[in-house]
Write a new protein. Structure first.
Length: 483
């Protein structure tokens, strides 16, 4: 029987990111994946938003992804393009990078960290007890861990076995997406005439990514080239000489969210916890950010630094974030519908998005930069992501995100007066730095904020405490998050 601190089911972007976070904290973690190798059939998700690039930057690996993708400063809301270049972040752009490349880069990273990935291992069930979880793999292998995390997608076996409800909304539309070869050049971009459809070609990719709405919903069989030809012809009057498809998938706008992200020693992340219409490319990004929120908390519980109650904050913080994603994707799906009335509504929304405040608000939401966890009343920074400041330290200039690369908490003081607070009782999980920065910080959705005297930053990059001329509340914040 193989034993680990944490067993992750699913080697997609969410599971791999979580594995890396746990490994950075010294946790014995293993990943099991039902695919026989890490090759992913089809291009699938197409990119990353600003906040996801930021969390990768916090771990020092953003450049690996940027080197293989293409950046652009136009996002979109239901196909209405939104300029994100004015957002106050070092990464004021999106990254076009296909999912199979994302997984390859993450798999290489976790391999460097010594995490084993067991391909060809399909978990068929598990049982919990007071000390851990025993999982059964299809080949009758038994795996034991203190905690089990289901990152195994929308049809999650882990969620179903744990008995966690998955309420939501039934599908109202069905689409096909495929990587294809065509004899004729299609009209590139997104279109709504004849139903929502699109044609894109990614750099260094030979195939064309086509997406097209089907005329009916309710088909559950595997889609075929004939289905794709029929849907394209219905939408465009031609299939553009479609010759072959290397990958075809059917998806709907079914929208669901796990009632709870935790059942005792079993947790959920990514698509196992929430599914939605993939408009705006938010699914992969939300999953990776789930992993970054959960990883350090689970590591502290496993290592005995914190009690199990810390795991409850994962659901409390991330469930509302995904609920908001579900809400905005349903709104975008409705706005994407056919007909003159919806067209008139799109014109109105387009006019609003041409204005500074609505555009900034929607852009920050779609990029994940306006997320604020409810960590209590007080300074407006509390609960928000910390900006990547240019810092001046006694050892030289640096960026704030470099201080987060070890996935530890950071207590950062900017006060010119002597700082007499002793961080030693929490030094096993928190590092303290003295630095200088600009007098005002600009935050998405909030605007300029006067720089405080000190901040306590969690390993996920969110602010846990702010101090101005006082250390009041700091001990309580350190105890809450790091003991």
């Amino acid at each position: 029987m193989a034993e680990h601190d944490v067993l992750i089911v699913g080697a997609g972007p969410t599971g791999l990111m979580l594995a890396g976070e746990l490994a950075l904290a010294g946790v014995d973690v293993a990943v099991v994946e039902r695919r026989t190798d890490r090759d992913l059939v089809g291009s699938r998700a197409g990119g990353m938003t600003s906040r996801t690039i930021e969390v990768l930057d916090q771990r020092g690996i953003a450049e690996r992804f940027l080197a293989q993708g293409v950046t652009g400063q136009l996002g979109h809301y239901s196909g209405l393009y939104v300029d994100v270049s004015a957002l106050p972040t070092r990464h004021n752009y999106g990254l076009a990078l296909l999912q199979y490349r994302v997984e390859t880069i993450l798999a290489d990273w976790v391999a460097e960290l010594g995490v084993p990935i067991r391909y060809g291992s399909e978990v068929t069930g598990f049982a919990q007890d007071d000390s851990g979880v025993t999982a059964t793999v299809l080949d009758d292998t038994i795996l034991r861990a203190e905690y089990l995390v289901g990152c195994d997608g929308g049809r999650s076996v882990i969620r179903k076995t744990a008995g966690i409800d998955f309420p939501g909304w039934e599908p109202s539309t069905s689409c096909l997406v495929a990587d294809v070869d065509m004899a004729e050049e299609p009209p590139w971009g997104m279109h709504r005439q004849g139903g929502f459809h699109s044609f894109f070609k990614f750099d260094d990719e030979e195939t064309i990514r086509v997406m097209v709405t089907e005329s009916q919903i309710g088909k559950f069989s595997d889609p075929t080239v004939a289905d794709l030809k029929q849907a394209l012809t219905a939408a465009r009057g031609t299939d553009y000489g479609l010759r072959s498809a290397r990958w075809i998938s059917r998806f709907t706008d079914a929208t669901r969210q796990a009632e709870s992200y935790r059942c005792e020693r079993v947790l959920l992340a990514g698509d196992a916890a929430h599914i939605h219409f993939p408009i705006g490319g938010q699914g992969l990004n939300t999953g990776i950010q789930d992993a970054v929120n959960l990883g350090w908390k689970l590591a502290q519980v496993v290592s005995g630094v914190s009690g199990e109650e810390l795991l409850d904050t994962y659901h409390v913080e991330r469930h509302p974030v995904a609920a908001r994603v579900l809400h905005n994707t349903m709104a975008q799906t409705a706005l994407n519908g056919p007909g003159d009335r919806i067209g008139a509504l799109r014109d109105t929304v387009g006019e609003l998005l041409a204005m500074d405040e609505p555009r900034t608000r929607i852009a920050a939401m779609m990029c994940g930069l306006d997320i604020r966890y409810d960590l209590g009343e007080g300074h407006p920074l509390v609960g928000r992501r910390m900006p990547d400041l240019d810092l001046r330290t006694p050892t030289g200039p640096t960026r704030l995100f470099t201080l987060l690369r070890s996935a530890r908490g950071v207590l950062l003081t900017f006060a010119s007066r002597a700082w007499d607070f002793d961080v030693a009782p929490w030094s096993h999980r928190v590092s303290m730095f003295v630095a200088q920065s600009g007098r005002a910080w600009d935050l998405p959705g909030l605007g300029p904020v006067t720089a405080p005297d000190a901040v306590l930053i969690r390993p996920d990059g969110h602010v846990a405490w702010v101090g101005d001329n006082t250390t009041e509340g700091l001990t309580e914040a350190l105890d809450r998050w790091f003991t």
